[in-house]
Design a binder for this molecule. Structure first.
Ligand code: FAD
Length: 382
């Protein structure tokens, strides 16, 4: 049953999770990663992992290390742009009923996943040049001009998937652009166990704790951020925040010390069909995520687990059916969570002060389950 010859493109959250689970089931996938080994996993951002993702780490027998390298989140607070608290949501219903909701750095998560696979199967600094679908296999030429035939190619190469670009037509996938984006900075201060977000008009800030650190996100509409530049943007936000919130002022100072600030643009992507012959999309390449609901990595791991599971139940002659079952299991789960992320973006990313004031007032009447109803249903198994 484990005779499938598999190529995984991309050693990110989805690719490494899938590789680890496949190896545990006796497969020997080849993994390629475009970053050279020396540059791989050297920078990153903070991740909130729902039990949807955390449970897969248990499946990988990495639960203990995951808990040691992350912290449990207890509260999610939404503040106004002056720093005052607007609404606080308890995360007890997640922690108590579904599993621990935890903050972890992307870097730590990738290290944990690397610890669960045979790293000699990863070829760094390698990409695909060409792909050719044969009868029931794919012929691949790599960037070093070597050539190999695989029964299955798993495209886990992220939001801007090169494999999808090469093999899917342009009208088979679509990007959704919020036209907002921002920068990430790190604070070395002792983290608290709550997410704190500051929803303004034309500005957004979030404090996301991980083990021993807090990741801070600061952003706004792309055109405003680019026109003002990071420093001017920070000074204007500082002038809006009341002096009684010194921790916010010092969080913003972290952005002024950054040497090479990177601006993340917030868009996502949706692909109509996840499968083309013997090529399958996994993670952000199938359905990319805005960070607004903090669920992309969890869904990528959830899907990696479903794909590894279906592959372990099929053989070469019935691969098409196995892939069909994987898509059937995951597509609507993932796309429903994607809908929540988009809806939250529409609420969070508001330019007008009047609309922001109405939003801030209305927010008081919503529960977290209502704001992320699809994600909640997904956790319930829908
Ligand atoms: C700022 C920010 C904050 C986020 N916060 C959260 C959060 O709090 N919670 C959450 O769940 N999600 C969050 N996300 C989303 C989450 O990171 C993604 O949904 C998740 O990483 C998707 O996993 P993936 O494996 O599909 O893609 P990635 O993790 O992006 O991995 C893709 C891999 O493929 C490699 N690659 C790319 N192109 C090629 C190529 N041509 N050939 C070979 N390799 C290639 C890349 O180098 C990378 O290693 C956030 C994202 C951002 C940008």
């Amino acid at each position: 049953m484990q005779d499938l010859n598999i190529l995984i493109v991309g050693a990110g959250v989805a690719g490494l999770t899938c590789a680890g689970l496949l190896q545990r089931k006796g497969f020997k996938p080849v993994i390629i990663e475009k970053e050279p080994e020396g540059k791989f996993n050297t920078s990153g951002y903070m991740l909130g992992l729902l039990p949807l993702g955390g449970r897969v780490l248990t499946e990988l027998d990495a639960g203990e290390e995951y808990f040691a390298r992350s912290i449990q989140m207890e509260k999610y607070e939404i503040h106004k742009e002056d720093g005052s608290l607007n609404k606080s949501f308890s995360l007890d219903f997640i922690n108590d009923d579904y599993g621990s909701y935890r903050g972890i750095s992307r870097r730590a998560l990738i290290e944990i996943l690397l610890g669960k696979i045979d790293v000699s199967s990863i070829y760094y600094g390698t990409t695909v040049n060409t792909l050719r679908q044969n009868d029931n296999s794919v012929e691949v030429t790599f960037s070093d001009n070597s050539r190999q035939v695989f029964d299955l190619v798993i495209a886990a190469d992220g939001m801007h998937s090169q494999i999808r670009r090469q093999m899917w037509k342009k009208d088979e996938y679509a990007y959704f652009d919020t036209n907002w984006g921002g920068w990430v900075a790190w604070l070395d201060s002792e983290p608290v166990n709550s997410y704190k977000e500051y929803w303004g008009a034309s500005s957004f800030m979030g404090l996301y704790p991980v083990k021993n650190q807090t990741g801070v996100f600061l952003g706004g509409p792309n055109e405003v951020a680019h026109e003002k530049g990071l420093h001017q943007f920070v000074w204007e936000i500082q002038s809006q925040i009341r002096p009684e919130y010194p921790e916010l002022h010092s969080a913003l100072e972290a952005f002024l010390k950054m040497e090479k600030p990177y601006f993340w643009e917030f868009h996502d992507c949706k692909t109509e069909n996840w499968q083309k012959g013997n090529i399958i999309l996994l993670g952000d390449s199938a359905a990319g995520f805005l960070p607004t609901a903090g669920v992309g990595a969890s869904m990528a791991m959830d899907s990696a687990s479903a794909l590894a599971d279906e592959l372990s139940r099929t053989d070469k002659n019935h691969l098409d059916y196995g892939l069909h079952l994987y898509v059937k299991r995951q597509k609507s789960r993932v796309e429903n969570a994607q809908k929540d992320s988009r809806n939250l973006a529409r609420i969070m990313f508001v330019k007008s002060k009047v609309i922001a004031a109405v939003r801030d007032y209305a927010l008081r009447f919503y529960s977290l389950k209502q704001l992320a109803s699809n994600i909640n249903r997904t956790m319930e198994g829908a």
